[in-house]
Design a protein around this ligand. Sequence first.
Ligand code: TYM
Length: 347
Amino acid sequence: MSAPGVRLPIDLRPVNERLRIFSGIQPTGRKHLGNYIGAIRQYVEGQDRGEAIYCIVDLHAISVAYDPVELRERLYDTAAILLAAGVDPERCIFFRQSDVREHTELTWLLSAVTAHGDLNRMHQFKEKSAKQRELVSAALFFYPVLMAADVLAYRAHEVPVGDDQRQHVELMREIARRFNERFGETLVVPEHRIPPVGARIMDLQDPTSKMSTTGGSEQGTVYVLDEPDAILKKFRSAVTDSGREVRRGPGKEGISNLIEIISVARGVDPEEIEREFEGAGYGDFKKAVAEAVIDYLAPVRERYAELRPDEAELERVLAVGAEKARAIASEVLADVRERMGFGPARG
Ligand code: TYM
């Protein structure tokens, strides 16, 4: 159904000429190797490919039980990890979600074109709501609408995420399409960017479940800030299988996961790893994976230690980012508001 009265499409060409990338990360818990390989690594690469916008999504964090004091601490931790990893505020827009009010406003506006049934089908809502002991908040149900607003407020083309966010990106595409059909061409329908290797890093103790801050085991979760000794111990005790071949395949979830991890850490193809470790024992292979990950994460941990103490500087960086973000989002919001019939009609 199109809107009453003829609507000329808003000229999206200026934005389409340059690839715009948007992604968000929650400030909850400790960031792990899954976050790093599935998402953070892509944020850094994205800065070379287009106009990158990265956001620490503190508003999403309140959808489950949380402590306000800890939220602020974790926000600084996350900001320092991203900066240490190579997110560069000179080459991207890096900000805190709650500093840009347009996200919350757009969430409500988009809720008018979001199907309740679609939200009900979200895997992550089902999983997370089952884990809540006290309150399953409406915020948890609405989480995907806020996530859609994050991306659509910038008319971003591409959303780098891990595999677990596939369904959320599909939903934001649907919301954008429905908005455009109902109110005229206004929003960009974004695409996900899920890496071919490392999109779903699994728990080292249970390689059938993804590595995660909330659901996983402590021993099976490698944190970005883990000391080398801890990393070595975790990989040494990683669950594999009763076979002997360092090869990916069915029934070899543990080894497949380790092959993906080492290939990303070393920056080579998984096939090359399989060739190199042909005939090697699992013990030697696990040690090699640990060493590669230690080398991969060491510079991040060192840089983090320098950056984290200076909270005033982190605040300064985030404030500059928020201003740039607001400049883009407020224009999109003005179009959305006008299209939806709020305020005086524009000429
Ligand atoms: P969060 O903070 O839970 O996860 C951040 C990113 O890490 C990826 N990830 C993984 N990748 C590979 N293997 C794993 N085991 C693994 N665990 C997590 C996630 O896919 C994600 O990319 N809902 C988002 C946050 C968000 C967002 C957005 C993302 C809010 N608004 C807008 C993109 C665009 C999330 O899951 O964050």
